[in-house]
Design a protein around this ligand. Structure first.
Ligand SMILES: [Zn+2]
Length: 568
């Protein structure tokens, strides 16, 4: 390709609305252009990179015996109503009506389409397993689209769905996809972590997120410095600390703490750290009262509380609830709570003693409160929010808090969709069974954004070679020198035989061409200049490391390809 013909006008400055590096650079380097908030046109450079990611994804899906299909973007509402997702997706789903007043939606995902599809074609256990996938544009009516491709209203997804006759088969299909995902992200050159994710739907199965490390990532997760353990904050656990020795227990003493209904106020008043306070949080679980105990310097993870009480729905108490249950808001302590209150203690509470906690009386706390002696704990559970510095549950190493961009999600669904949609097959024993399903998503355009986030420097994009739109650029510096132009043309023709090459044949200054080459991020640059020609050589630059070298003109194409092979 020739730069003089390429439909690409780079920008010196990014538009002010572009807040993060990937958004700024993809706009500046002429990869994408905004049509409206959350919707972009892919320009030739961006489209090539996007297609490369797509190709990697397709190759690995096909190598895993997943079969490609294509489902429509526009979908009927009915199956979504059957699974309940018409409701739960709410305003996030684009909903419309056709001229006959039928309700339709734009697909954010396709379980409601693929499940009836397979049920209509496959009726026997002998047909299974099967995994289908598509690469398709999907839609979500984001309240506030931002961050360029990271929170758009239109996005390109690869979504795959596996169908098995039993759970064992589902897990085997899941493992095949899991391995394919690793190969995909490895081939794209991304730095990522595989994170154990919150099952979301309580009682749901195993699921993992593939998270690109990025400070701008919208998801927080922890990983172990020492081993492979990583989990999102909803799912993360830490190793329980050692229980405190039961010696030197102080007597339970009532203390006057006027107007001190918060941990902070009591801590200031008594001059004791928040970690010595016992927080007693009260929840309603399906009409029953639950008290959750954690140290005062920590936060409750309400997803964990919900899991501990499942299937009862858990909610925080209203002021009215406190009054109705005879509890003094801001001064609740576990001692003396009625028998019908379920008291859950976080494991970390075992590691402390002589707690300061509410006295169940306005303006009073107690000190010297100890588990078993002064209050009972019905269940010891993990209900605390993990934080940086906690111990890894696997190896005891230190957990680090990090941010990431979710690139992929794999999920063991079981019969979550096949049951309500009555998608069944006849098993060996003649019984009707729902398909055991898995679903597997990859944000194809998100990979482009995440890579742009991970691979850039002051000059612009520094793509891994698998993702760069062109692998090498030939830059003639003096377009008015016939020898320079001729050499560049010849080199470009040679290079095209072994690499995807670009020739910057524009009548522009060398400075502008260098800046554009850096900005666009060709992994290898070959500079043909007047002085070099005189000495019979050209200059080479590896974009990722900015290493420079030179090569004889006759060997330049070969040297550029060797350099490309060494590129990350
Ligand atoms: Zn570890």
């Amino acid at each position: 390709m020739r730069m003089s013909k390429l439909f690409a006008r780079t920008l010196r400055e990014a538009p002010a609305e572009a807040e993060i590096a990937s958004h700024q650079l993809l706009l500046r380097a002429a990869y994408i252009r905004k049509v409206m908030a959350g919707a972009y046109t892919w320009l030739p450079l961006g489209w090539r990179t996007l297609r490369k990611v797509e190709q990697v994804v397709r190759e690995e899906m096909n190598a895993s015996e997943a079969q490609e299909i294509r489902m429509p973007i526009i979908l009927p509402a009915e199956p979504w109503k059957v699974t309940g997702r018409w409701q739960t997706y709410g305003d996030l789903m684009f909903k419309l009506r056709d001229r006959h007043d039928r309700e339709l939606g734009l697909g954010p995902t396709h379980e409601e389409v693929v499940t009836p599809l397979v049920a209509g074609e496959y009726t026997s256990y002998r047909d299974l397993p099967v995994t289908l996938y598509q690469v398709e544009w999907k839609y979500r009516d984001e309240f506030r689209p931002r961050f360029g491709l990271l929170r758009g209203r239109e996005f390109l997804m690869k979504d795959a769905y596996s169908f098995d006759r039993d759970e064992q088969g589902m897990r085997a299909s899941y493992d095949v996809m899991f391995e394919a995902y690793k190969r995909i992200f490895d081939r794209c050159g991304l730095r990522y972590r595989i994170v154990e994710a919150d099952p979301g739907e309580i009682g749901g199965g195993v699921n993992h997120e593939f998270m690109a490390l990025a400070d701008v990532g919208e998801d927080e997760f922890v990983y172990c410095e020492n081993c492979d353990y990583a989990a999102d904050l909803e799912a993360a656990t830490a190793k329980a600390p050692e229980p405190a020795p039961t010696s030197e227990l102080e007597p339970l003493t009532q203390v006057l703490t006027p107007d001190s209904s918060s941990i902070e106020a009591v801590s200031n008043l008594l001059r004791r750290p928040a970690s010595e306070m016992l927080k007693c949080m009260i929840y309603d679980a399906g009409g029953d009262t639950v008290a959750v105990l954690i140290p005062g310097d920590r936060e409750v993870n309400e997803e964990k509380v919900a899991r501990a009480m499942w299937p009862a729905p858990v909610r925080a108490l209203t002021d009215e609830d406190f009054v109705k249950r005879g509890l003094v808001k801001g001064y609740v302590g576990p001692q003396g709570l009625p028998e019908d209150v379920t008291i859950i203690g976080d494991h970390s509470v075992r590691a402390g003693k002589n707690w300061v906690t509410g006295a169940n009386k306005t303006d009073y706390h107690v000190s010297g409160a100890n588990a078993d002696r002064d209050f009972r704990v019905d269940r010891w559970e993990d209900v605390v929010q993990v934080r940086e510095g906690d111990a890894c549950p696997m190896c005891g190493g230190t957990l680090v808090l990090s941010r990431g961009i979710v690139l992929g999600h794999t999920y063991q669904l079981g019969a979550r969709y096949s049951k309500p949609l009555k998608a069944t097959f006849v098993d060996e024993d003649g019984t009707e069974q729902p398909f055991q399903m898995g679903c597997y998503g990859i944000g194809v355009d998100r990979i482009v954004a995440a890579a742009a986030e991970q691979f850039n420097d002051d000059g612009g994009l520094t793509w891994p070679k698998a993702l760069a739109p062109y692998q090498a650029v030939v830059i003639p510096t003096n377009m008015d020198q016939p020898a320079v132009v001729e050499t560049a043309e010849r080199l470009y023709a040679e290079l095209e035989r072994g690499a995807e090459a670009m020739l910057d044949d524009r009548e522009l200054t060398a400075g502008v061409k260098f800046a554009d080459a850096d900005l666009i991020g060709y992994p290898v640059q070959i500079v043909v200049g007047k002085r070099g020609i005189e000495s019979g050589s050209v200059d080479l630059k590896l974009r990722a490391t900015v290493e420079r070298s030179s090569a004889l003109i006759g060997e330049a194409a070969e040297a550029a390809i060797a350099l490309l092979e060494s590129a990350p």
